[in-house]
Design a protein around this ligand. Sequence first.
Ligand code: B12
Ligand code: SF4
Length: 485
Amino acid sequence: MKVKMILPALTEATGPFWRPIKYSLFPPLGLATLAGYLDNDVEVEIQDEHVEPLHLDDRPDLVVIQVYITSATRAYRIADHYRRRGAHVALGGLHVTAMPEEAAAHADTVFLGPGEDTWPQFLKDFAKGGPRHLYRSTVRTLAGLPRIRRDLIKRHLYLVPNSIVVSRGCPHVCDFCYKEAFFEGGRGFYTQAVDDALIEIERLPGRHLYFLDDHLFGDRRFATALFDGMRGMGRLWQAAGTVNAVLAPDLLERAVAAGLRSLFVGFETLNPDNLVGQRKYQNLRRDYGAAIRRLHDCGVMVNGSFVFGMDGDDPGVFARTVDWAIDQGIETATFHVLTPYPGTALHRRISAQGRIRTTDWDRYDTRHAVFEPALMSADTLERGYHWAYREFYRWRSIARGAAAHGSLLGGLRHVAYAAGWKKFEPLWDAVIRVKRTAVMLPLLESLLAEFGTRRSPVVPAERRESLATGLGSTGERRPPLARLT
Ligand code: B12
Ligand code: SF4
């Protein structure tokens, strides 16, 4: 049997927002995970359209396509093509889960939710000649996961070939997040066994890892055991975590000792009313500034995530947020236009209020205002978003952010990382064009390694206490977020 697995290009990968470096970061880990369930005698290939042109003139028996919202149009076209050629087409992923009827029109089988329980069942049914039209995930576990078929990944085409996920989902319930929709009908947060995760880590060559987990710190007991187990492995890694996880006593120190050097943190908004509106309670009454200082003290770079267009955002939100982020010395920032993904609580609310402007999924890329914002026009929102990126990555902003570190070394690293990511993109693009992406990895590793040489991440007991409670070391209440804005 011949199986072809495809990650179609996101729309922005073919338009004016195409940034080769962003889309050559991570290999298709979801597909490589599913490939692990195939028998040894199956002929299988994975094609990622972000890094290679698809060849569509073959005749596989089974075609598996992972569908994100802004790749849906492209995915359906590829699916229709292969169905005309007689292949059985299976579609799954976030967008299929949110819009199963839409996807079903282009597929022989659709999958809702994670694939670890439904995919092996489908393979059995397919072998017997009677696969169903729809499979819905209900059993959520990562126990007994077969070995991920990393051998099918063309490592040289990615900057970060060693991406890894050791959990699924997240313990929180933010309204704008895909999470509730994707994990409906079963557990929304679960982890691998620590030993299995460590075995997977050991298999990965080189030093650098990128954990793609939504919230690597979400289960404290798991995270503690994982970080302790990774100590001494000589790894350098990046991951995503929440403000409250950063402020929790000891956990960050353990992560740093295990090799954490850069963290993606979802600050999202500086306005507490927005946090309540989006049910992002875990960020409420947290001292963002303290979290950033703590990360920097531990030698961890910060990639701050911010969302514009929540109901409490007026046109001043862009300057307030960017100014604040620069003054905090955040090394890199990711800005998003709030996007009501179908299936989310946010989408239900905005739809019920009649504020959806378009259902052209290609525009649901967090760069377009696909809904009417409450306190500004959609045009102002989009222009403000682009302005924020330009302003944050201006040379003078990078210099100001670097100065905020208060040390020459910290400042130099800030400049190297922020400028390396945004200012030297033409260089990245050239390297990617000649298919030498992997040669840039040592550069990234050395930058991350340098970051680990800062002051020891030991936090005095009374400071740990104050970080955990949100009270200052003298017992005063730290400034509420509103005062930061
Ligand atoms: C890596 C990543 C990227 C990479 C994607 C490239 C790649 N190679 O995958 C890059 C950097 C390009 C990227 C870009 C963006 N991303 Co992104 N990204 C991720 C991330 C961190 C990891 C994906 C991953 O590998 N997961 C691990 C694997 C094992 O899981 P999986 O891919 O979901 O696959 C499983 C299931 O989905 C299912 N499955 C999938 N396909 C199929 C097919 C079949 C047939 C079956 C049976 C099952 C199945 O089975 C797999 C095993 O369980 C996720 C968060 C997350 N933790 O998933 C966000 C995430 C997908 N990204 C998100 C967003 C918002 C974006 C951006 C819009 C951000 C921005 N502002 O630029 C852009 C554009 C994406 C878009 N327009 O849709 C959101 C998506 C929201 C949504 N509803 O679409 C997510 C969920 C993050 C979040 N928490 O909000 N991203
Ligand atoms: S903390 Fe992040 S991953 Fe978790 S529900 Fe909120 S937005 Fe989603």
